[in-house]
Design a protein around this ligand. Structure first.
Ligand SMILES: Cc1cc2nc3c(=O)[nH]c(=O)nc-3n(C[C@H](O)[C@H](O)[C@H](O)COP(=O)(O)OP(=O)(O)OC[C@H]3O[C@@H](n4cnc5c(N)ncnc54)[C@H](O)[C@@H]3O)c2cc1C
Length: 436
């Protein structure tokens, strides 16, 4: 296997000392033992869809793609699967059993373990991120021991390792609470930013899964309201031609072209954004939940996303709008806004507070630093917590006050991995170096 590795966004690349593809938890434990004996660090890597260096290792890279089986399904919708399964395969498997995940992000290319480890989330004020659906985990720790955790078994490890940043051990199996398969009635509509902000609480609380995209340099917004409906009521998916035009042509091919034009002639970006926002017209359809939640993304970009108290989102967006209007940076990507319920996972970005997520993007060939730095200041002043898998500049001293259980997490990490077998430069920055 290729020792060279690069993440999806192209922000991180590294050569591992060696790569292993264990086929069982026993083999994971053996890999960890050999690496420790050789003085090498270890990192389980998912699909490489994190923008940060959270998955980077120059030691032993573990690819858990072979751990992708359905292990168990119970009558009360508890499903146990191998941790290396991708979300798109998991969605298909669940549907075959008449089941579905409660929530999902924008894409389904990530592995299950990789997605939960950085706190991947979708949207919906009544729903938590993917990790809140976990009811049990099986892990291999740095000493090679195989452990299970749940609310009743090693509860501290459970509270920490559902969003564990790959710092606590290698997850080999995950038990999820899923639900009977459902469809989503999707309504996508253009709107104006001031109108959306004026009626935000009604929009967020009145829809199961609301998100919206605001096009900088304009006041144009595309709202997406996804509401749950029974599958038995019938599906009305987007027609093939309309789907191709909206999702492939406009959202990917024309958008790529618009970004290339914008890179050569930044002054055109505000007009291009006006056109892009208008091109996405209203549409309505009903489809399987996971087909509505996730879409294909082929235009490469860089992203920063902060989680903030839900009540501050209008002020934050107004401040970002003001900054964009008063500076020369030209932003060709929409800003995405999503919502989530509070949870109890120690390093979850929604820990103990109802949350709004604001994500900013820039085309991968365009410098992003000035824009992201300015937005990061606005977000941090609002008490924002950065997504662990997306670009940000915070370190342990900045993060500690944002997470009431931060020191508990670090203490637990120091207990289970005192030598920093699973450490890397990103984890050293955001958590501090292991104690010994
Ligand atoms: C196009 C795109 C769209 C995205 N959309 C969303 C979105 O809608 N919502 C959102 O919240 N995020 C989103 N993200 C971010 C993404 O979901 C996260 O960064 C996620 O962690 C990536 O999963 P992965 O499988 O690629 O894991 P990687 O990036 O490869 O790894 C992430 C972390 O998981 C750890 N890990 C992987 N496997 C294991 C294991 N078996 N045991 C222990 N640790 C493990 C790694 O060590 C690393 O620390 C998006 C990213 C991209 C590029």
């Amino acid at each position: 296997m290729n020792r060279h590795w690069q993440n999806w966004a192209g922000t991180e690349s590294v050569a591992a000392a060696r790569v292993a593809e264990p086929r069982s938890a026993e083999e994971v434990a053996a890999c960890i033992g050999r690496a420790a004996g050789d003085g090498l660090r270890v990192k389980a890597v998912g699909s490489g869809h994190s923008f940060t260096g959270v998955a980077v290792t120059d030691g032993v890279r573990l690819d858990l793609g072979a751990l992708d089986r359905l292990i168990d399904v119970t009558e009360d919708c508890l499903v146990t699967v191998g941790a290396g399964i991708t979300l798109h395969r998991l969605n298909d498997l669940l549907w075959e059993h008449g089941l579905a995940l409660t929530n999902l992000g924008d894409i389904d290319r990530q592995t299950l373990a990789g997605a939960v480890s950085t706190g991947t989330h979708g949207t919906g004020a009544r729903f938590g991120g993917l990790a809140t659906q976990i009811r049990g985990l099986e892990l291999v720790l740095a000493d090679g021991s195989r452990v299970r955790c749940s609310a009743g078994e090693r509860p501290d490890l459970f509270a920490a390792s559902r969003v564990g940043l790959g710092a606590l051990g290698v997850i080999t199996a995950v038990t999820l609470q899923v639900e009977p398969a459902y469809a989503l009635h999707a309504r996508e509509e253009p709107a104006r930013l001031p109108d959306v902000l004026d009626t935000l609480d009604d929009l967020v609380d009145g829809n199961d899964h609301l998100d919206f995209y605001w096009f900088p340099h304009t006041d144009r917004v595309l709202t997406k309201r996804n509401n749950r409906v029974p599958v038995a009521d019938g599906l009305r998916p987007v027609g093939r031609v309309r789907g191709w035009v909206d999702d492939e042509l406009l959202s990917n091919r024309v958008f790529e072209l618009a970004n290339r034009v914008g890179r050569r002639a930044p002054a055109l970006i505000p007009s291009v954004n006006q056109v892009s926002a208008r091109a996405l017209t209203a549409r309505e359809y009903v489809d399987r939940s996971y087909r509505v939640f996730a879409s294909r993304r082929t235009v490469r970009f860089r992203e920063m996303e902060y989680a903030m108290p839900r009540a501050s989102v209008a002020d934050v967006l107004t401040a970002v709008d003001r900054w964009v209007r008063t500076h020369d940076e030209r932003i060709s990507f929409p800003v995405e806004v999503r919502f989530s319920a509070a949870d109890d996972i120690w390093l979850s970005t929604a820990y103990d507070r109802d949350t709004a997520y604001v994500a900013v993007h820039q085309y991968h060939r365009t410098p992003y630093d000035t824009y992201f730095d300015a937005v990061e200041q606005i977000m941090t002043q609002a008490g924002g917590r950065p997504h662990w898998g997306k670009l940000h500049t915070l370190g342990a001293d900045d993060l500690r006050p944002l997470y009431p259980r931060f020191d508990d997490f670090v203490r637990l990490r120091d207990g289970v991995d005192p030598a920093g077998l699973f450490a890397n430069p990103y984890l050293n920055r955001v958590l501090g170096r292991p104690a010994s």
